[in-house]
Design a protein around this ligand. Structure first.
Ligand code: FAD
Length: 327
């Protein structure tokens, strides 16, 4: 089957793009390497509140995803989850793109790349035995806050994720110690202030040296990186938030003009290849700001231009939804 548009990535950008493409009467397929919809919101911070999405003074990431999915699914886009897009071919005679994943190929007239920060994953601990505890006490993301209820928790890191989780889990965990290798935090000032007034024990200039335990995490050996003095903490869980690693991945070989790992786009969100659009974290243009709020506008812009690209008689402006959608 030939799609009007294949959307690579089912984060907020891809999901809103899918709604908009359906609204414009386009046949849509969403491809994502993850098995869940929602991108970073679903995988990296489902339980966190977001405060800067229009019309939501405060919304939990997983609830925003649920609403985006409801909105997108109205037009029944085809879903190909658990498939990583790898290769791209173009047939100039048919004017069709083929997107090859690790499972199959998808033929399409246009593409919206909404692949976010690319194939991303949390940075892992460099400790030899850390991998062995990944399902038994070492966490890199929080899927469910209940995993930490009444636990003695060690959080490693000094960025937004570490500080926000320390604040959010304060009333859930039995106790929290946060260690950070410096005395300056890469987190929002207000969050750091909140942390410092909370019951969390904050140890700056401290790093993790070893994890001990049998079937699961039982102790963590930490050390002061100035004096090298060690101490052993009795802990049930270790939450590691030391950043993420991402790469442009396969996009680097698609003859797209890139800025770092992001795709350079024009005012219509089109890349240097006709019919290939980008929006959200995977798009770059001067003064770009990577936020969910800006991504929604970019997706809307990209889809309306893709519609006009496929059918030049179709107007770019979609009309007002209040007029177009009845009932
Ligand atoms: P993503 O959410 O990254 O989704 C991209 C999707 O593409 C992923 O599902 C990925 O699996 C898929 N993908 C990538 N490569 C491939 C491939 N080759 N094949 C198939 N699928 C692929 N923003 C705000 O506006 N407000 C906030 O308060 C806020 N808080 C944040 C807190 C944290 C802890 C983090 C990490 C981010 C936060 N952000 C916030 C940023 C926000 O989450 C991103 O800007 C947003 O997720 C970008 O959406 P996206 O759809 O462009 O990309």
């Amino acid at each position: 089957m030939i799609s009007d548009i294949v959307i690579v990535g089912a984060g907020p950008t891809g999901l809103f793009g899918a709604f908009y493409a359906g609204f414009r009467g386009m046949s849509v397929k969403i491809v994502d390497s993850l098995s869940v919809l929602g991108g970073q919101l679903a995988t990296l911070y489902p339980e966190k509140f977001i405060y800067d999405v229009p019309a939501f003074p405060k919304v939990r990431a997983k609830d925003l995803v649920a609403n985006l999915v409801t909105q997108a699914m109205q037009y029944k886009p085809a879903l190909s989850l658990g498939e990583r897009v790898q290769r791209l071919d173009y047939d100039p005679e048919q004017r069709l793109y083929s997107l090859h994943t690790d499972r199959q190929s998808h033929i399409t007239r246009t593409i919206l790349i909404a692949s976010g920060i690319g194939s991303f994953q949390p940075k892992r601990l460099a400790l030899e035995n850390a991998g062995q505890f990944e399902r038994s006490g070492v966490y890199y993301t929080v899927g469910d806050v209940e995993d930490f209820r009444n636990k003695r928790l060690l959080i490693v890191g000094g960025g937004d994720s570490a500080v926000d989780w320390a604040n959010a889990l304060c009333d859930v965990a039995q106790s929290i110690t946060l260690i950070h290798r410096r005395d300056t935090f890469r987190a929002h000032e207000k969050s750091v202030e909140k942390l410092m007034c909370s019951s969390v024990r904050v140890l700056t200039f401290h790093e993790l040296k070893a994890i001990e335990g049998n079937d699961r995490v039982e102790r963590a050996v930490i050390y002061d990186n100035r004096s090298q003095a060690e101490q052993t903490l009795e802990v049930d869980a270790i939450l590691v938030n030391i950043g993420f690693e991402s790469t442009a991945g396969p996009l680097a070989h698609w003859e797209l003009k890139l800025r770092g790992a992001a795709i350079e786009v024009d005012a219509t969100m089109c890349s240097n290849r006709p019919g290939i659009y980008a929006a959200g974290d995977s798009a770059w243009y001067p003064a770009k700001i990577k936020l969910i709020a800006t991504a929604f506008g970019e997706a809307c812009n990209a889809i309306n231009h893709a519609k006009h690209f496929i059918d030049p008689k179709a107007r770019v402006f979609p009309g007002h939804s209040t007029d177009v959608i009845k009932g």
